[in-house]
Design a protein around this ligand. Structure first.
Ligand code: LLP
Length: 434
């Protein structure tokens, strides 16, 4: 494992991170210090590489936690955003709990020190093996997605002689006003059960020998940038909890899901503290514990992807292309959602900006990080930084074209360490026979 101790002062390379109520432990310093550090890391581990700043994650967690103001709560870090072991371990050390969406994520959470009763398990199509193991582990809650799944969990729990703690994932039919590919709270989406069906299903759960209904769960989408849909979803589950309480079904927690957006392009987003205060305001008179499942807001702004310019080309009447050594294999978001990420050269050259497409090396036309973007002059060999990739970057990377997975580095104070080395081609091929 490579380690580095740098001479440069502690710094944040993300100047726009909002620290909310709690000051980040690293403050922004001169751009040359930030560039020197990334340059140093890139020379040590090669590009493309992911680089995360622990201080930014700590500050984001502290902001959410503090905003609850003592109201009973649990922050379940959504591992799907970034389940690299060192990142999950960092969140665990901060006092987070965990939200897992597969058995793999459950096992990563356990390995990183979470107890089973700190883990909620969500998933729209849990396999028999997943249900069996989730039940045997005694997780804090299995979030139930359908009447059929309710039945399957009950059967497995009865067979194991236990009562599984379950929460019902309700679909409130609320438009999260996010990208359609990451919206989940409309009736037309595959997630959860319609909220008007929920009381009957809670009665059913309460009647089953193998089930203990402990909560209601809602998650209406991701990268949500307005408060209203989140408030409405919270109010809907609180109203449900009151109705259930009137029938004698007492829940323990309301899981409001994740979804809080971050500002990729500088436009306004919901303030994380205001978001939490809104959830608490909606829930307070129920007295129930509030759980949230944030992913992006905790780790997104903490990560950059460092990549090298491998070609610059332009023909008469055609676009100017800056080709970099990272592509949709390392970062899927632009290709999948047309997502915007700030991109800048690590060191600024003299000269005017020109309009370019910044593209990867993959043989797909969707393999572009930016189109028609004003960009300073760059030359082959220059380092380029893609911002806000701590969430859904490395976690969604893949090995198309037999491209080994990129390394990941964690900066902590004035030190950095490799938390995942670059995959080798031999490792990539190790599962195969000729
Ligand atoms: N809880 C559940 C049940 C979820 O499905 C998700 C995200 C989260 C929590 C965390 O949401 P967050 O706080 O990170 O918004 N790949 C997409 C995002 C997909 C999100 C899927 N579910 C992207 O790159 O934007």
């Amino acid at each position: 494992m490579a380690n580095g101790r740098l001479r440069v002062a502690p710094e944040s390379y993300h100047p726009t991170i909002e620290s909310g109520d709690v000051a980040p432990t690293a403050s922004s310093t001169a751009p040359h210090a930030r560039a020197a550090r990334l340059q140093d890391i890139a020379s040590a581990v090669g590009t493309p590489c992911y680089v995360y700043d622990a201080a930014v994650i700590r500050a984001a967690y502290a902001t959410l936690d503090a905003a609850f103001g003592g109201y009973p709560h649990a922050i379940h870090y959504a591992l799907k955003a970034n389940s690299s072991l060192a990142i999950v371990r960092l969140l665990q050390a901060l006092g987070s709990q965990a939200d897992a969406n597969s058995l793999g994520e459950v096992d990563v959470a356990l390995r990183c020190g979470f107890r089973p009763d700190q883990i909620v398990f969500t998933g729209v199509g849990k396999s028999a093996a997943e249900i069996d193991r989730a039940v045997s582990l005694g997780l804090l809650a299995i979030n139930v997605e359908s009447p059929g799944e309710l039945d399957r969990i009950d059967q497995r729990a009865v067979a194991q002689g236990v009562r599984a703690r379950v929460a019902l994932r309700v679909n409130p039919d609320i438009d999260a006003k996010s990208h359609p590919h990451i919206s989940t709270g409309l009736r037309s989406n595959k997630f959860g059960v319609p909220i008007d069906e929920a009381p009957a299903l809670f009665r059913e759960m309460a009647a089953r020998r193998g089930l203990q209904p402990v909560g209601a769960h809602v998650h209406i989408g991701s990268q949500i940038t307005t408060l209203d849909p989140l408030r409405q979803a919270a109010e809907a589950v609180v109203a449900l909890a009151h109705a259930l309480a009137d029938e004698g079904i007492a829940l323990q927690h309301l899981d409001m899901g994740g979804g809080l957006g971050i500002s990729y392009d500088g436009s306004p987003v919901v303030d994380p503290s205001e978001y939490v205060r809104t959830l608490v305001a909606a829930t307070r008179n129920s007295g129930l514990q509030v759980a949230i499942e944030p992913g992006r807001v905790l780790v997104g702004p903490a990560g950059v992807l460092v990549t090298t310019v491998v070609d610059v080309k332009q023909f008469p009447g055609a676009k100017r292309f800056v080709v970099v050594d990272a592509g949709m294999t390392e970062l899927m978001r632009p290709a999948l959602y047309n997502a915007y990420h700030r991109i800048e050269p690590l060191a600024r050259r003299d000269g005017d900006e020109s309009v370019v497409d910044i593209v990867g090396p993959i043989c797909e036309s969707t393999d572009a990080y930016a189109r028609d973007r004003a960009f300073p002059p760059v030359a082959v060999g220059d380092l380029v930084v893609v911002h806000d990739v701590g969430a859904y970057g490395a976690a969604m990377a893949h090995t198309y074209l037999r491209r080994p997975l990129a390394p990941e580095v964690l900066i902590d104070g004035d030190e950095w360490r490799l938390i995942r080395r670059r995959q080798t081609l031999d490792e990539l091929l190790a599962l195969e026979t000729e």
